[in-house]
Design a protein around this ligand. Structure first.
Ligand code: KG4
Ligand code: ZN
Length: 317
């Protein structure tokens, strides 16, 4: 839950993490997530208003994620936002979660507008998107199977880490040798699409032959394969599209190794890379508000109270 002024200045941004709840099940159980959101949303709203030092009548627009995502949690959010729009008689704007991730960049670097090449790397998505201007998105590459974050989370499960495993792999890898084990780089040689499922499979075979692996080297080597593929694809896309600015967003963009490797490889090629601060990379409501505000104020878009969540919302809707 976040409160922004003019869609650009974050007055409050609260993230209620369900990590502990999900850890008990080793992943997200939709029904459990939905019920917990329902319980927590009104409480967070009051806290956000308090922190922003504003009251309900000060709120001019309400933005909410309408998809893609899990149906239950989306329904809880959309229903709550409709309630706010109706009772306060203010405009409602539904946003695409992936577009919202891109707006983390606008919040962090308002002086670096499109045209840009977006690399969205999260637990559910891995996409390369050309953004000539805000509101115009062309998907030019995507994963054919697992998302980058999913590849990390599934690997974490194989080696007994908690869920989500990305942050812990990040920490363990910092003290490991990324060249200790040579994992494959699927589909790295050509094209802009990606594939990460084979990487996880090769790690599971490797683990069968090496039952007591050096954990830090293992994490560093696995992470290196993911990072290598992401860097190659992003830089190839930038070269093809003659783009000189790459923007990396989504939970995996918080990864220390990805930030370091992509920044240095891009610099060698004269390409600028922007990463929002880690707290804006992982899911947060500030990016949703920024995106909703842009749709409403810059593009004149808004939704009616008939707005429906769309779990498989794509870029062109
Ligand atoms: O964007 P996000 O918060 O939620 C989705 O929209 O999916 O991304 C969550 C993903 C998870 O797979 C998590 O393991 C990964 O981001 N992640 C990280 C790091 N922090 C979160 N992966 C690598 N390094 C991190 N520091
Ligand atoms: Zn996300």
């Amino acid at each position: 839950m976040a409160v922004l002024r003019h869609g650009r200045h974050v007055l409050a941004s609260l993230v209620y993490s369900q990590t502990q709840l999900h850890a008990a099940f080793g992943g997200v159980v939709p029904e459990v997530a939905s019920r917990d959101h329902l319980r927590k949303l009104p409480i967070l709203a009051e806290q956000a208003l308090h922190q922003a030092n504003v009251r309900w009548p000060d709120i001019g627009v309400v933005a909410v994620t309408r998809g893609p995502g899990l149906a239950g949690p989306l329904l809880v959010g959309v229903s709550y936002a409709k309630g706010v729009a109706w009772t306060r008689q203010i405009p409602l704007v539904g946003v695409n979660h992936l577009e919202a991730h891109l707006f983390a960049h606008q919040l962090a670097h308002p002086d670096a507008p499109p045209p840009l090449l977006g690399l969205i790397v999260s637990g559910g998505h891995t996409s390369l998107v050309s953004v000539p201007t805000w509101g115009d998105y062309r998907m030019i590459g995507t994963t054919r199977d697992d998302a980058a974050g999913e590849a990390l989370d599934k690997f974490g499960r194989l080696i007994g880490l908690g869920y989500p495993a990305g942050p812990e792999i990040d920490r363990l890898a910092a003290d490991g040798d990324p060249s200790a084990i040579r994992f494959p780089r699927p589909m790295v040689e050509s094209g802009l699409d990606m594939s990460f499922a084979g990487l996880k499979t090769s790690a599971s075979y490797w683990l069968k032959e090496h039952p007591r692996p050096p954990l830090k080297d293992l994490c560093a080597s696995y992470l290196e394969a993911v990072v290598d593929v992401l860097c190659e694809k992003a830089l190839r896309a930038a070269r093809r599209l003659e783009m000189t600015r790459i923007v990396v967003v989504g939970g995996v963009a918080a990864n220390v190794r990805l930030r370091a490797v992509l920044s240095s490889r891009a610099e060698e090629r004269g390409v600028e890379v922007c990463f929002p601060p880690p707290e804006l990379c992982t899911d947060n409501a500030a990016m949703v508000a920024a995106c909703g505000y842009d749709r409403f104020a810059e593009r004149g878009e808004r939704d009616t109270l008939r707005l429906r969540p769309d779990p498989s919302l794509s870029w062109d809707t």
